[in-house]
Structures are given as structure tokens and as C-alpha cells.
Design a binder for this molecule. Structure first.
Ligand code: 13P
Length: 252
């Protein structure tokens, strides 16, 4: 059975102190009322060690938002998968469209990152999704399939068990423009079929596929009611505990 997941992606927000305050608030809220899904928070590197320690007995798992495509050595400013793992973080978000676009992360670079993350015992939330121009040209399926083929479909069936997919249409990220539940379901079902073609029906059925892009408490229940939408990867609405909790509650 695949997991239902609500994951936050803080992006480049929150100082260490602000992050600790937000995580504390969330921890207390979720201790008082157990979630019906796995809850993950993706944070900047600087928060990882502190939050992993703080949240180790809670229901909240911690994720990095990136890791290096090199193992170690003279790469000033980079943070390796082994370093992320050593903080106690369980996950890493890779392939986010912001990393692809602003930091020129190619499918080949992402493949190296995925391999290193898995080799170091991290689980990967791998993001895919089309731009507005690609959606208007009806290329969303081809784009998603190519992104999977380019960076994760080389994995073994055993490695695949540590992959979560996040479908994030770029035109819906931070724009307030959500994909309709029908649009999202259609492509999620397609993505699951792509996974089935490579890893078989059972593995596809066990794969969690999250939706991301202007997901909030008001639209999460409809999105999550679809058979192939297993939760969300949340940007803006993960920055305030009540907003994030509202999305987690969509699984109730
Ligand atoms: P928003 O929820 O702010 O649209 O961001 C989505 C996202 O990019 C999550 O990774």
C-alpha cells in the first residue's frame, strides 16, 4: 500500500530561529492531533541538524531541498548527500523546477544526485512537471515521461522503493493557479502507468505521487480525493503551521 504524504518545501525561507519556531508549532499541533498521513518538512540545509534532533520522536520527517552531484572534495559551498544524511534527515527533494531553471540542473546532473542520495540512505522526492508553454502545446505527458527517463528510470526495483514522485506543473507553482483535480488526476494516472511500464503494476501501485502547485487547505480535499493523487508537496502554504495543518487535515 502506498503512503499518503503531505510534504512542505520551505524553499529559501526562514532563518534558523524562525524555522525552529515553525517546526515547534507544527510538532505541538500534530502531537495533539495525530495526522492521517506521513508529514515531511523540506528545509534549507541550515535547519536540518537542529530540526532532525528536535523532531526525532515526532511524526514529522525532515527533508533537504537539494544535495550535491559529487561525493566529496573541493566543491566550495556544496553539501553532499552523506552530509545531509549525517544530520538525521530522511529525505531529499531533487529535480525541483526552480533548481532545473535557475541552477541549470540537467537530467544528467539530477541522475547523479539521485544516485548519491540513494547510495547514502536518503529517500528522494523527485519533482517533474511541464511549463505553461508545454501545457499549451499539450506536451505534459511527454515532458514528465522524459524527466523520469532522464533521471530515475535507470534505478533498480529495489532502489525505486525509496522514490516519491511529485508532479508540479510549473505554471501552478506560486501562481495561485492550481491544476484542476481532473487535470492533476489525468497526469498522475499517466505517470503511474509510466512507472508500471518500467517496474510493474505492483511497484506502480506502491509509488506515492504527490501534487504540487498552489495547493492549499481549500483545494487539497478535492485533489487528494482522486485515486492517483497521494498527497501534496507544498510551498507557500507550508510556511505557516495552521495553513499546513489545514492541508494535512484533507486526509481526515
Ligand atoms: P507553492 O505551493 O508555493 O505553489 O509551491 C509549490 C512547490 O514548488 C513545492 O515544491
Amino acid at each position: 500500500m502506498r503512503k499518503k504524504i503531505v510534504a512542505g518545501n520551505w524553499k529559501m525561507n526562514k532563518t534558523l530561529q524562525e524555522g525552529v519556531a515553525l517546526a515547534t508549532e507544527l510538532k505541538n499541533i500534530l502531537a495533539a492531533e495525530k495526522p492521517n498521513c506521513e508529514v515531511i518538512i523540506g528545509t534549507p540545509f541550515i535547519h536540518l541538524a537542529t530540526l532532525s534532533e528536535m523532531l526525532k520522536d515526532s511524526v514529522i520527517a525532515v527533508s533537504a531541498e537539494n544535495c550535491a552531484n559529487k561525493e566529496s572534495g573541493a566543491y566550495t559551498g556544496e553539501v553532499s548527500a552523506a552530509m545531509v544524511k549525517s544530520t538525521g534527515a530522511e529525505y531529499v527533494i531533487l529535480g525541483h523546477s526552480e533548481r532545473r531553471e535557475y541552477y541549470n540542473e540537467t537530467p544528467e546532473i539530477l541522475k547523479e544526485k539521485v544516485d548519491l542520495a540513494l547510495a547514502n540512505g536518503l529517500k528522494v522526492i523527485f519533482c517533474i512537471g511541464e511549463s505553461l508553454a508545454q501545457r499549451e502545446a499539450n506536451e505534459q505527458e511527454a515532458v514528465c515521461k522524459a524527466e523520469l527517463q532522464g533521471s530515475v528510470f535507470h534505478l533498480t526495483a529495489e532502489q525505486w522503493k525509496n522514490i516519491v514522485i511529485a508532479y508540479e506543473p510549473i505554471w501552478a507553482i506560486g501562481t495561485g493557479k492550481t491544476a484542476t483535480a481532473e487535470q492533476a488526476e489525468e497526469i498522475h494516472a499517466f505517470i503511474r502507468k509510466c512507472v508500471a511500464d518500467v517496474y510493474g503494476a505492483q511497484a506502480a501501485d506502491d509509488t506515492s505521487i504527490l501534487y504540487g502547485g498552489s495547493c492549499k487547505a481549500s483545494n487539497a480535499p478535492e485533489l487528494f480525493s482522486k485515486p492517483d493523487i497521494d498527497g501534496g508537496l507544498i510551498g507557500g502554504a507550508s510556511l505557516k503551521a495552521p495553513d499546513f495543518k489545514g492541508i494535512i487535515d484533507a486526509w481526515k
